[in-house]
Design a protein around this ligand. Structure first.
Ligand SMILES: [Zn+2]
Length: 168
């Protein structure tokens, strides 16, 4: 599978965040695939180059199957990476710095748009896997969790400053 069914978000294709969507949280994933392979289980996929792609067939408030028992109201954002990765060796397709920045910047926009509880409701799949007893099977961004929360916090702050300037 490639990028079928996803649209690149940029000046020409603005982020689709409909008003009235019921969104309570965000879950970060990796696809456990090679780069540039996207899957319909996520609202957003981020490629190795930091480009953000939105699922054409799912709004942020739609329920997809990305996080066992935790999908309702939670947006799935996945970095296309980590094929054959283990915790000791991230393999030939490790997540990239560009992906990490893009994912956290995107999350900040979604947090502000839907007034998501931060940091409580911005989590990694590893967090939910530990919570729900299947860690080991799913360990997406386990050791990266504190760094991700810090980055999202930084991006939220930037957006808030920007909005203040604009008087929003
Ligand atoms: Zn996952």
């Amino acid at each position: 599978m490639g990028k079928d069914g996803f649209t690149k978000i940029d000046k020409n294709n603005l982020l689709r965040l409909p008003n009235g969507d019921h969104v309570i949280g965000i879950v970060f994933h990796w696809t456990a695939s090679r780069y540039s392979q996207f899957f319909y289980d996520y609202q957003f996929c981020v490629d190795f180059d930091g480009s953000i792609w939105q699922n054409n067939n799912a709004d942020p408030g739609d329920t997809l199957s990305h996080t066992w028992h935790r999908n309702t109201g939670r947006v799935g954002i996945a970095c296309s990476s980590m094929y054959n990765a283990t915790s000791d060796n991230y393999g030939d397709y490790p997540w990239t710095k560009k992906q990490m920045e893009a994912m956290c910047a995107l999350a900040a926009k979604i947090v502000i748009k839907y007034k998501i509880k931060f940091p409580d409701e911005v989590n990694t799949h590893a967090f939910w896997a530990r919570e729900d007893g299947y860690f080991g099977e799913r360990w997406d961004f386990d050791i990266e969790t504190p760094m991700i929360k810090n980055k999202v916090a930084w991006y939220i702050k930037q957006l808030e400053l920007l909005n203040k300037k604009k008087g929003i």
